[in-house]
Write a protein that binds this ligand. Structure first.
Ligand code: FDA
Length: 389
């Protein structure tokens, strides 16, 4: 069998590429259904893009690589597609756009687009014996117990990263990159809860509170959630992509409350109020109880010296924590790192050394923030490769 383009992986990026690569495209996936991560994303409603998508919302060793694809296919282009398919949507918070009904609307839309472009989709298909030929690529495909030898001018690798192996994630993209002599950057789980030794936060499990969480020079102001295993919630998932094993994070539990000023004022007017009672007006009471010993919350407001007030306010605005690790690929939303972007053209996503070989989506060393940015990268990079072919 001869095809113009063979796309590996019918996920977000692969479906988008298939919609643009034109006739003669064969899209294969080993899963039973296409776009499974889209289907479960955003709690089943798919946070499909972000209105504020900007270059600064993406990480990777080359901080400029993603700019070309993202500026040629933007969040507005994807939103336009969603509207053309009459899919109802809404903005949640921070520019995050979700389907009103179901993430299945997005999968159906992408399948319709790929079908309109006359791409063929083969599911439950395995690939082996992939090799370079003089004018393209050859491989063996196995489906329904049948073997098909396929040749293709272009090979687009869209098999994603390592996150959630239970959903069929494999390291195929990395194996193919290595096979063709392409460099890789180190991979690690991103957008993932952080864990702490000795069940440190078990008594606090279930508490959610707004916080500013900082790692190095990067911070996020979002909700922090205590869990049985450690810390989660959007603020932690975001910072996990910047945190490195062994490093600290700083948590400001009162990012918008001028605690020192409040305590000074209340010392005059409510001197007999217990410090813990006052703190519980600004923080969850269970958290105040838990911190009372280690941060020495005792006495009444009237007993507090200026130095003590400053120390208290400091302790709550710079709570330094050292995570023991992360929950890993089992729950990570994305994989950081991947195919080294130095080896790819930023406009087409084609390998600089192997003509006709493309890498798109999560397999590439470009990772977005939480909030619809990772799908935007899948759409933009899939569009870049599809239109370049
Ligand atoms: P993706 O993983 O989508 O697709 C890869 C495809 O390749 C899969 O269909 C897989 O079956 C196939 N494949 C893998 N190995 C293969 C092999 N060896 N042979 C054949 N096929 C193979 N992002 C966002 O922007 N908004 C959101 O709401 C969410 N929500 C979310 C929730 C959860 C639980 C997770 C795990 C992730 C998210 N994400 C997200 C991240 C988002 O899902 C992710 O960034 C994109 O799906 C990446 O798109 P890709 O097409 O690169 O990979």
């Amino acid at each position: 069998m001869n095809v113009t383009t063979l796309i590996l992986g019918a996920g977000a990026a692969g479906l988008m590429a298939a919609a643009h690569a034109g006739p003669g495209t064969l899209l294969i996936d080993h899963a039973r259904a296409p776009g499974e991560k889209i289907r479960i994303s955003g709690g089943g409603r798919c946070n499909f893009t972000n209105m504020h998508s900007d270059f600064k919302n993406f990480l990777g060793e080359n901080p400029h690589f993603h700019k070309s694809a993202l500026s040629r296919y933007t969040q507005w282009d994807f939103l336009d597609l969603v509207q053309r398919h009459a899919i109802p949507w809404h903005e949640k918070t921070l520019g995050q756009l979700f389907c009103d009904r179901s993430a299945k609307d997005i999968v159906a839309m992408l399948l319709a687009e790929a079908e309109a472009a006359r791409a063929q989709l083969w599911l439950q298909t395995r690939i082996s014996d992939l090799r370079k030929t003089e004018d393209g690529f050859a491989a063996t495909l196995e489906r329904d117990g049948k073997t098909t030898n396929v040749t293709a001018q272009n090979l687009v690798v869209a098999t994603g990263g390592k996150s959630i192996p239970k959903m069929g994630a494999t390291g195929l993209a990395y194996d193919i990159a290595r096979q063709f002599g392409m460099a890789m950057t180190d991979t690690r789980p991103g957008l993932v809860p952080l864990t702490f030794a000795e069940d440190r936060f078990v008594p606090l499990a279930g508490i959610a509170t707004p916080a500013r969480v900082t790692s190095g020079t990067t911070h996020f102001d979002e909700a922090l959630l205590f869990t049985h295993r450690g810390l989660s919630g959007p603020a932690i998932l975001q910072i996990s992509s910047y945190w490195r094993e062994g490093g600290d994070i700083a948590v400001d539990l009162l990012p918008t409350t001028p605690l020192a000023q409040i305590l000074r004022d209340k010392r005059q007017t409510e001197g007999r109020r217990a410090l813990t009672t006052e703190l519980a007006r600004h923080l969850p009471a269970r958290l105040v109880d838990h911190l009372a010993q280690s941060m020495d919350f005792k006495g009444n407001l009237g007993d507090l010296s200026d130095t003590r007030i400053d120390a208290l306010s400091d302790a709550l605005s710079r709570w330094i924590l050292t995570p023991g690790g992360s929950e890993g690929y089992r729950t990570a939303e994305v994989t950081l790192g991947g195919v080294d972007t130095n080896g790819l053209s930023s406009s087409s996503m084609m390998s600089k050394t192997v003509p006709g070989l493309y890498f798109i989506g999560e397999a590439v060393d470009v990772t977005g923030w939480l909030g619809g940015y990772n799908f935007q990268w899948a759409w933009s990079s899939g569009h870049a490769a599809g239109t370049a072919i």
